[in-house]
Design a protein around this ligand. Structure first.
Ligand code: PLP
Length: 344
């Protein structure tokens, strides 16, 4: 039994429902799933198990450590390592059928020398200037002899549908499909899928949307994650008393304050100070004072709450991001190791 005093409640049905939503919008393209950063903090193994059982076949992680953490890959599943192939990665890359996504001419040369004609993926940079071969390199003899399972590129501005770079990237990528031979072509993340048919190609790679993030207008994510923490102490404070670091909060009258077992080291960011809320016995109550590393205070005046009770924290990603200014991606992937992760 996990006795951790803080908990993520993760809704497996919502995760699957979100995946199906993206799978439907991917139309004829297969819909994969980005499970990097430990499944955006949810637990990559559990995410893969649930999505694979629902029909998802293509998964993406960042590193070979993340690939290894998933355990043996079931038959029929495909796993790609987005950061590709450093020299140090070769032993693990050659040991199984997980594919590196080759991002540089150096990686391409390394794979050719070590793995000959084994399948790999190839990333082409169509305008983000982050990772990948240039279109010219991808169309050159550099890639001759590679067996490319998936040729991919990544959109820089998909969450801003009107941004002109979207169409530019889609056109550059479409042009490449006639130049670079690959079994499948893949361009879109969650937000890209919502941009329409010209962005879908053969395979899509949603991430944030699966976990309840709203990558752009038009998506309707089901919330996947809920946060709760135990009350460590309930205390009475009087008018004029300070609460928390910096004495930022001063009570204007007598009140009850609950100190919760969660803080910014758990990814509950300092930016929630002044805007975060807790759900105490069904009532929405404000956070008070600063967020500490491992603790946060809530105004529970008039609530029936005692030491050891569990209190929920509002964490609906689109709203939490709007009020804190912290991206939905950071809100998820920062969630840390101290939580019990309860799948429901
Ligand atoms: C993270 C990532 C994705 C998923 O992006 P979301 O915005 O979370 O949907 C897709 N493709 C690549 C290459 C990525 O790095």
């Amino acid at each position: 039994m996990n006795t951790s005093p803080l908990r993520l409640t993760i809704d497996g049905a919502a995760l699957v429902a979100n995946w199906r939503w993206y799978a439907a919008r991917s139309e004829t393209a297969a819909c994969g799933a980005a499970v990097k950063a430990n499944g955006y903090g949810m637990g990559a193994r559990e995410v893969v198990a649930r999505l694979a059982a629902s029909g998802c076949r293509d998964f993406f992680v960042s590193s070979w450590d993340e690939a290894e953490a998933l355990g043996p890959l079931d038959d029929g599943l495909s796993l790609s390592v987005l950061h590709g192939l450093r020299e140090a990665d070769l032993p693990r890359a050659l040991a199984g059928r997980v594919r590196p996504v080759l991002n540089t001419p150096g990686m391409v040369a390394r794979w050719k020398a070590a793995a000959g004609y084994r399948p790999c993926d190839l990333m082409v940079d169509t305008g983000m200037n982050r990772l990948g071969l240039s279109p010219a390199e991808a169309g050159s003899e550099i890639v001759d002899g590679l067996r490319i399972a998936t040729l991919m590129s990544h959109l820089a501005c998909a969450d801003t549908p009107e941004h002109p770079l979207n169409a530019v990237q889609a056109e550059r990528f479409a042009a490449l499909t006639g130049v670079v031979a690959a079994e499948r072509y893949s361009l879109s993340n969650s937000a890209g899928i919502c941009l329409g048919a010209a962005y879908r190609f053969d395979l899509t790679r949603p991430g944030i949307g699966l976990y309840g993030g709203e990558p752009g207008p038009g998506a309707e994510p089901s919330p996947v994650v809920g946060l709760s923490a135990e009350v460590l102490q309930v205390r009475a404070v009087e008018a004029g008393d300070a609460v928390g670091y910096g004495a930022d909060f001063i009570a204007s009258g007598p009140m009850q304050v609950a100190t919760l077992n969660i803080g910014y080291a758990d990814g509950y960011r300092r930016a929630f100070a002044g805007v975060g809320t807790a759900i105490v016995g069904g009532e929405v109550r404000p956070l008070i004072g600063r967020v500490s590393m491992d603790l946060v205070a809530v105004d529970v005046t008039g609530c029936d709450v005692v030491e050891g009770d569990w209190v929920g924290l509002e964490y609906y990603l689109p709203t939490a991001s709007a009020v804190t200014g912290v991206s939905q991606y950071e809100l998820l992937t920062g969630l840390g190791r101290r939580y019990a992760r309860d799948w429901v």
